[in-house]
Ligand binder design. Structure first.
Ligand SMILES: [Zn+2]
Length: 78
């Protein structure tokens, strides 16, 4: 059992990895240019909204874990 995650990114990763899944990632941008990331669990459809920093943390954590779960860093729009 993993200790209680300290960040939203860690919570999302734990949720997805407890099922061995990749989340569906969507980027939402407002007209002002503020963007958020929405990660949706493909299993129970729970969605998590995170900002750029948290998304980067989530990607980094996914890589660090080295597991087949989390988020796939495929959606780079720069
Ligand atoms: Zn779920």
């Amino acid at each position: 059992m993993i200790a209680t995650p300290s960040s939203q990114a860690a919570r999302i990763l734990q949720h997805l990895c407890s099922k061995g899944l990749y989340g569906d990632v969507t980027e939402w941008c407002e007209m002002r240019g503020d963007c958020v990331w929405v990660v949706t669990c493909p299993d129970c459809r729970t969605s998590f909204t995170i900002d750029d920093d948290e998304y980067e943390e989530l990607v980094a954590l996914s890589r660090a874990e080295g597991q087949s779960c989390g988020v796939a860093p495929v959606v780079w729009t720069e």
